[in-house]
Design a binder for this molecule. Structure first.
Ligand code: PLP
Length: 373
């Protein structure tokens, strides 16, 4: 069988898991004042420093959360809570954790949702034209999780330099595949998740630029500088630090391999004469994701048939609890429901072998031939 759904999640790196298990003896509560507590606090501080260095931030700018969903909620709700009648801007193509949060808030506040073009990209001019004097926050992802499209975050940061609005960047699908440097990006807030980079599920972070205030969404103790209460999961913070370190160190080799796998995949689809179109602009895409429109089958059918053939893949995001709905991302790009229903996301990993790509294409070919009969 072939797993080709690494954008939905990655396996936990065994080397990292083993290293983390070896640190289990440091079990104290980092808030306790006795020695085991102090040891845990020191370990936490060390891991936090490593994490911050990987995105060119300071340790105190890192808020550890239960994952990117919580980090995105904290960025958006934590900003909205501090303003009377704010206006906020996001896009139609964000992950559910951003989109749904804004949809919920749009009952009380004004939210502008920017549309993507057929190339998969948000137009920075649209953003410029949507800015108002009371715009307090702009949320845009760096790499789209369904198409891999790399959004014009640099351009948007440049536009926002002359404006009070803060820039919140969901970089979950970017880290490990391209450079993620909060200074270069000009981000005021940035989200990452452990389980997309071969770390554990249930841990992530929000980078929050020094000097910016947020309303805590989880209240309690003064953990994470009173921005997120709850006893810190030191072992998983350690795992996150190790996963970030390894992903950053191996980024060049990993993304080169991903690109080669993607290229081989597209070449083999063409060679087999299986009708398909790539959604979005291939030249503006992260190395590991490609999204394909198969005009001859609905994604729901294709996913099931591939699953039975041992090929594990998703239609867009995996976040709609097992149901296949027309992708809101493809819909925003092409305004074509049929295309949104017939598109499949393939996401590759440096762990894959070249002949696994051949296996995916040969199973697709068999299904295509069966359907064409
Ligand atoms: N943002 C993007 C772009 C994602 O792909 C995901 C993954 O599901 C998330 C946020 C949510 O991350 P988590 O599973 O850590 O909550």
């Amino acid at each position: 069988s072939v797993y080709v759904d690494y954008a939905s999640t990655t396996p936990f790196d065994r080397e990292i898991l083993n290293e983390v298990m070896d640190s289990a003896d440091v079990f104290g509560n980092p808030s306790s004042i006795h020695r085991p507590g102090k040891d845990a606090k020191a370990a936490l501080q060390k891991h936090r420093t490593h994490i911050s260095q990987k995105i060119n931030a300071k340790p105190k700018e890192i808020i550890i959360t239960s994952g990117a969903t919580e980090a995105n909620n904290l960025a958006i709700r934590g900003t909205a809570d501090r303003h009377e009648r704010p206006h906020m801007i996001t896009t139609d193509i964000e992950h559910a954790s951003v989109r749904t949060t804004y949809q919920n808030l749009s009952e009380a506040f004004e939210v502008t949702f920017l549309k993507a073009s057929e190339n998969g990209l948000i137009d920075a001019d649209d953003l410029k034209n949507s800015l108002r004097s009371n715009t307090v926050l702009v949320s845009i992802m760096l790499v789209n999780n369904e198409t891999g499209s790399i959004q014009p975050v640099f351009e948007i940061a440049e536009i926002l330099k002359d404006h009070q609005a803060l820039l919140h960047v969901d970089a979950v699908q970017a880290f490990g595949h391209m450079e993620v440097d909060v200074q270069k990006l000009g981000a005021d807030m940035l989200t990452l998740s452990g389980h997309k980079i071969y770390g554990p599920k249930g841990i992530g972070l929000l980078y929050l630029r020094e000097g910016i205030k947020l309303s805590a969404q989880l209240t309690g103790g003064s953990h994470e500088l009173s921005r997120r209460a709850g006893t810190e999961n030191v072992m998983w913070v350690h795992a996150l630090a190790l996963a970030m370190e390894k992903a950053a160190d191996e980024r060049a080799q990993r993304s080169l391999k991903e690109m080669q796998l993607k290229e081989r995949f597209l070449n083999e689809l063409t060679a087999k004469k299986i009708p398909f179109e790539v959604n979005g602009d291939l030249n503006q895409q992260a190395s590991h994701i490609t999204n394909i429109y198969f005009p001859w089958s609905e994604a729901e059918f294709l996913l099931t048939a591939l699953d039975m053939a041992g090929i594990f893949v998703s239609a867009g995001s995996a976040c709609n609890a097992g149901t296949v709905q027309p992708s809101h991302v493809i819909q925003s790009m092409y305004e074509d429901e049929e295309r949104a229903l017939c598109s499949v996301r393939f996401s590759f990993s440096y762990l894959m072998e070249e002949d696994e790509v051949t296996e995916i294409v040969s199973q697709l070919d068999a299904i295509y031939k069966r359907l064409s009969k």
